[in-house]
Design a binder for this molecule. Sequence first.
Ligand code: FES
Length: 157
Amino acid sequence: MADDHFQPRRQGDDLITKFVGETGGLMRALNALQARDGYVDAANVPLLAKAFNVTKAEVKGVISFYDDFTKAPKGEHVIRICQAEACQAVGARGLTAHALEKLGIGLGDTTADGKITVEAVYCLGLCASGPAAMVGGQLKGRVSATCLDKAIEEAGQ
Ligand code: FES
């Protein structure tokens, strides 16, 4: 006999219903889930679709469109490396490959121990000082492989 009393509440229920009927409610609910959980759990997609009367594909589209929403938890430390044209011209792709190889992950992935996530970003406003990156929330220009190695070591890898 199933005992619903012991079923865990699906993550996000309260945050989703809180914004129903509000202007921009779906975005607000997604932002709240991202802020609380560090990502938007796929299990919330059907709940969001039902609550805001849109399709699951529309919810997934919004999550995919905005870089602020992620489908998995990010690492304790996030390294964002600019992949836009000016930074590419001064070695951003090689720098990115170096970091990913050192960590053994793909772009957008997090190390198995949950410590570091490496993400692509498209322009950080330091185009004249590329390659540019954001490491631990701090903007850095003329980033070298040595600089990234240091950041990775400081993060405990
Ligand atoms: S192109 Fe990389 S910071 Fe602008």
